[in-house]
Design a protein around this ligand. Structure first.
Ligand SMILES: C[C@H](N)C(=O)N[C@@H](Cc1c[nH]cn1)C(=O)O
Ligand code: ZN
Ligand code: ZN
Length: 493
């Protein structure tokens, strides 16, 4: 295809997408309305309902859809819950086309209006060009944008430039339970003819400038449980004469990080890959507005003052965050009780070359050491319910070339090449199990507020993101065909 006919094609595609914005937003509204929170057990049926909706949407595209049952899992309290099925979808089998597998998730993090949302989190609401709702950017919007892009080719009756495969799951926010086993089982079947894997489940580094992501951190999640007995106690009747579990727990949690953000667990930094001079230079050249980033997060000051230090601590070093305490009274008012059992929850973001099993041992040893110094008779239990490895890709891969060109076409500028501090467990699983090239192609902006109150995707990013995916299909198709024609000619000669 000549470049002028390909740009004519793109023009028609982009016009179609612009003309169908309202339909695409209506679909997103329908998806956001489902409270598919994979973290809270009582909402599991909503995750199942969401999976069914996504499967129907793919079937309507003409895809073959297989809902693979992953069985069940046990919660720390012993409760057994069914895991949502994973969608494996396929559309097109043209041997001339590359096969691109898209991964996305349709589960969300918990959200309640009373957390401080300005609008109902499950009613997609447009204000000043932003579409607010839980899952709007993480990850229902990007999944739909990819589907919209495929739909556009179908509606215009254009030949599909690539064969599509889909992996859509409903447990990403809970650590992608059961997914690795499925990938291993399907490696020689579903994944055997996949050429490229694309994930769109993270954000740009800036509010306006597009990005391509070549690395993400992993995560080791911990529960630390302290128990004094089987029942909560009156703090007037028993306060002052017992070792309180919450005091033990707070001391344990307080021992994890110092006020400069440095993790206090001995050995935790030992295997972190050394920073090369080349990397340092790369970080210096990245455009990154510290003030914009500070405003997005709404804090007064960061732990570090320079762009380089901030990026290093987000992408290149581990970080430890405390997420909450189960069993502690957290409602309004004051309940004068001593909770009998409390569970602290924290996680350590992982970077190359940290090893999850070593990290687990270091954490357990450290917490047991701190606890033993307290001479507490209480029961301590430390567990690591989730572990996801970090991921790093080769930016010289064809995928990145195609995405870079597509970004230039749609946004008129070159992308930032970035890493991401958050975790998409499947990225490293795909790389290790399938050995195919993996790329993250985000369409959300840095101020989208993933996991936060008032999560949003802008109409602009949702619609231009749809165009970006369509342009990417054309670019990867061209580059892949060229590469294979060249290697075919070389083989003949
Ligand atoms: C980046 C992605 N949208 C996301 O939010 N991932 C979660 C996954 C996770 C990690 N540990 C437990 N869940 C995240 O990075 O928090
Ligand atoms: Zn996500
Ligand atoms: Zn998320």
């Amino acid at each position: 295809m000549s470049s002028s006919s390909s740009s004519l094609l793109e023009m028609e595609i982009f016009q179609y997408i612009d003309a169908h914005q309202s339909d695409f937003i209506k679909d997103l509204k329908e998806w956001v309305a489902v409270e598919s929170d994979s973290v809270q057990p009582h909402l599991r049926k909503e995750v199942m309902r969401m999976m069914a909706l996504a499967a129907d949407r793919l079937a309507a595209l003409g895809a073959t859809v297989n809902l693979v049952n992953l069985g069940s899992h046990q919660l720390p309290d012993g409760q057994v819950l069914p895991l949502p099925s994973v969608i494996l979808g396929e559309l097109g089998k043209d041997p001339q086309n590359p096969t691109v597998c898209f991964y996305g998730h349709v589960d969300v993090q918990p959200a309640k209006k009373e957390d401080g949302w300005n609008t109902d989190p499950y009613t997609l609401t447009e204000i000043d060009g932003n579409l607010y709702g839980r899952g709007a950017t993480d990850n229902k919007g990007p999944v739909l944008a990819w589907i919209n892009a495929v739909e556009t080719f179908r509606a215009l009756k254009f030949a599909m430039p690539v064969n599509f495969k889909f992996v859509i799951e409903g447990m990403e926010e809970a650590g992608s339970l059961g997914l690795e086993k499925l990938l291993e089982e399907e490696n020689q079947r579903f994944f055997s003819d996949v050429d490229y894997i694309v994930i769109s489940d993270n954000l740009w580094l800036s509010n306006k400038k597009p990005a391509l992501t070549y690395g993400s951190r992993g995560n080791a999640c911990f529960f630390v449980e302290v128990e004094c007995g089987s029942k909560d106690l009156h703090s007037g009747t028993f306060g002052g004469i017992i070792h309180e579990p919450l005091l033990d727990l707070i001391a344990l949690l307080d021992s994890l990080v110092d006020s400069t953000g440095h993790i206090q667990i001995p050995g935790i930094y030992d295997s972190v890959a050394a920073l090369t001079e080349e990397e340092r230079k790369l970080y210096e050249s990245i455009e990154f507005e510290l003030e914009e980033h500070r405003k997005n997060c709404g804090v007064k000051k960061f732990l570090y003052d320079t762009k380089e230090e901030i990026l290093l601590h987000l992408w290149r070093y581990p970080s430890l965050s405390i997420h909450g305490i189960e069993g502690a009274f957290h409602e309004q008012g004051i309940k004068t009780v001593i909770p009998a059992k409390v569970i602290g929850k924290f996680s350590i973001r992982q970077v190359p070359h940290m090893d999850l099993s070593v990290v687990k041992k270091q954490v357990v040893k450290h917490l047991e050491g701190v606890f033993s110094k307290r001479n507490s008779p209480n029961k301590l239990k430390v567990s690591m319910p989730l572990g996801a490895k970090p991921w790093l890709a080769d930016v010289n891969d064809l995928l990145y070339k195609a995405a870079r060109r597509a970004i230039k076409t749609v946004f008129g500028e070159d992308p930032d090449f970035i890493r991401d501090g958050s975790t998409i467990p499947v990225a490293r699983m795909f790389q290790t199990v399938t050995q195919k090239s993996v790329m993250m192609l985000p369409i959300g902006a840095a101020d989208d507020g993933e996991h936060s109150q008032n999560e949003k995707i802008s109409r602009h990013n949702y619609i231009e993101g749809t165009k970006l995916f369509a342009a990417f299909f054309l670019e990867i198709s061209k580059l892949h065909r060229n590469l294979h024609e060249t290697s075919h000619t070389e083989a003949i000669n």
